[in-house]
Design a protein around this ligand. Structure first.
Ligand code: MAN
Length: 352
């Protein structure tokens, strides 16, 4: 097996999008991070569904962050940094009086490009926001699966009820049909396959537990994309490796002659996020044929090592052009980047 740690060639233009490229969703908020885009093709353009993380301009002595209140209105919570009940060790999360909050609220914003490098918003499309008691802390990290002329959006829905997977669908990136939560908390990183296998839809997902069990990749099947069952755990964390603390699927696996190729992220307990690959049986994707021993991409550049949350490469969207896999990814939870690799070279690292 090949030990290559970086099979991907990064776009020379990286980062291709930063918070300065998008305007905030409302007055009083600023964009802190752009990250983890879903990817799709629409009207001969490349589309990215960006995760836009916002909060108010921060003051010296306090921390402030937005949440959606019970009337679905944005409300700002402000806490003095001197308050002993405040824990802000993790830049992403605040614990206050025993309750967890996020330091930013995320929504999803579609942007489009003719060349896959320069992206901008399109007048006729609209952003997606949290809109209920299951998304009052925002919606994040959306995978986009195209089936026919319809796009299925599976995203992380965050609220005091927990972190679950929501499903919306659209045909025009303007009108969205909401199907509610398809996987209840705690679950995220849900990627629906782009075709049926033996008459059923399949999805990778990531339930987790702080007690027995862990942050593992599971697979489920469904007759209708709404009701999911026959859950099986297909990839667990591995001590001493790049995926020792948690792992989660990228987007819809790629169909190859050797099987379904699924790119995933693996992290250590120090929160270093790298990419790996799984090869799944073409007729029964709950069977793992091969798995990366080493990362196929790891944080290397300054924009991946330093940012809102450094040492992170996180992908949940890609395009396939014959043998070329183009991934778009969030770097250091701050900016959007792209990279390319040949599918053949990834399969070689898996022993094929
Ligand atoms: C979480 C994910 C991502 C994020 C990483 C790194 O696991 O949900 O949103 O990019 O952490 O912070």
């Amino acid at each position: 097996m090949n030990d290559a740690k970086n099979l991907f060639t990064r776009f020379p233009q990286n980062p291709i999008l930063t918070p300065l490229d998008i305007h905030p969703s409302m007055e009083g908020l600023q964009i802190e991070c752009l990250l983890n885009p879903g990817v799709f093709r629409y009207k001969n353009k490349t589309g990215l569904l960006l995760r836009v993380a916002e909060r108010p301009l921060q003051k010296e002595d306090s921390i402030s962050f937005p949440i959606l209140n019970s009337a679905n209105k944005m409300e700002i919570i402000e806490i003095a940094k001197s308050d002993p009940a405040l824990n802000m060790e993790d830049p992403r999360v605040i614990t206050y009086r025993g309750d967890d909050y996020l330091t930013t609220i995320s929504h999803l914003c579609p942007v489009f490009s003719d060349d896959g490098i320069h992206f901008s918003m399109m007048e006729s499309t609209s952003r997606l926001f949290g809109n209920d008691g299951y998304s009052s802390f925002g919606i994040e990290d959306c995978r986009v699966t195209q089936i026919g002329d319809e796009y299925f959006l599976t995203y992380t829905s965050v609220s005091p009820n927990g972190v679950g997977v929501g499903l919306k669908r659209t045909k025009d990136w303007r009108h969205y049909i909401d199907s509610g939560l398809i996987f209840p908390p705690h679950n995220k990183d849900c990627a629906i396959f782009e075709e049926k296998i033996n008459g059923l839809y399949y999805a990778l997902h990531r339930p987790s537990s702080s007690e027995i069990g862990g942050n593992y990749i599971w697979i489920a099947e469904s007759p209708d994309l709404i009701h999911w069952g026959n859950h099986k755990c297909i990839a667990r964390t591995r001590a001493g490796k790049f995926d020792s603390a948690r792992l989660g699927a990228g987007c819809a696996p790629v169909k190859t002659e050797k099987g379904w190729l699924a790119i995933y992220h693996g992290a250590t307990k120090e929160n270093r996020y790298c990419l790996g690959a799984l090869l799944l049986d073409i007729n029964d994707p709950s069977v793992v044929i091969a798995r990366s021993e080493h990362p196929i991409m790891e944080p290397e550049t300054t924009y991946e090592k330093q940012g809102f949350f450094g040492e992170v490469i996180f992908t949940n969207g890609q395009l396939v052009n014959e043998d070329e896999l183009v991934i778009y990814y969030g770097a250091a939870d701050s900016v959007i980047c792209g990279a390319r690799a040949s599918i053949t070279s990834i399969l070689q690292t898996l022993g094929f």
